[in-house]
Design a protein around this ligand. Sequence first.
Ligand SMILES: O=C(O)CCCC[C@@H]1SC[C@@H]2NC(=O)N[C@@H]21
Length: 266
Amino acid sequence: MIMEQAGYFASLKEKMRRERDTALFCLEEVDSTNRFAKEKAPECGKLMACALRQTAGRGRLGRHWVSPEGNLYVSFAYENTMPPERLAPVTLAVALAVCDTLADFDVPASIKWPNDIYIKGKKVCGILVETVCRGERIPYIVAGIGINVNQREFPAEVENRAVSLWNVTGKESDRAEIAWRLKKQMDRRMAQFMEKGFAAMREEYMQHSLLTGREVTASVPHTVCGICIGVSETGDLLLEAGGKRIPVTFGEVTGRLQFEGMPGEE
Ligand SMILES: O=C(O)CCCC[C@@H]1SC[C@@H]2NC(=O)N[C@@H]21
């Protein structure tokens, strides 16, 4: 039984009362908060949609995001002012907003490029950014964020890869407080991104980068194995292999992630 559930939405609504520029939706159950936010954005503009559970949560690369009660499932819609060709690294800005939020609760976390959030070598949060398109234009961006908060146990097939805040802190966390902080950090990072682009936050991203200095394998789409030397000003992952610098713009990267010395790592 998750004790904080009873007050979650009431407390979030209270905190959001003065945020008049953002429409808030608190949903007991929805297929996907991202799908919901994409549908509502043209009518409502800036919005925040939270759900207790999702029946068809969407993950990256067409995967399913299993969404039991106890965790945070939230999507934000923002009006986009960035030209489409400069928009790709917005997903990295969202990852930074999640790290900023977890830091507010004294939980240091790392980013596995492009936008998976890790604590102690295990994934605590997934991010899926989608767009609302009108012809050539992209009027809205939807950033969907799933944070494992009060889930205590994971299915056997993912338990060595997934972690929750409960696993890390040993206590229940207040989702309303986390959602509220996340909203503030998202507003800040999205404004920074729209105004100055990813280059303005690249250094901070690098400080959270889980892969830098590690050997990683990327599918670009052919498989490349190299040492990660960081992230470019346009948000590409940079690998060094065979004396060459190889930018990776999209796809899956893998590497040995349970190692020492990174923020939030053991
Ligand atoms: O790591 C991933 O594959 C991304 C997972 C993103 C999950 C979140 S939960 C809230 C929002 N709604 C969705 O349907 N997906 C995102």
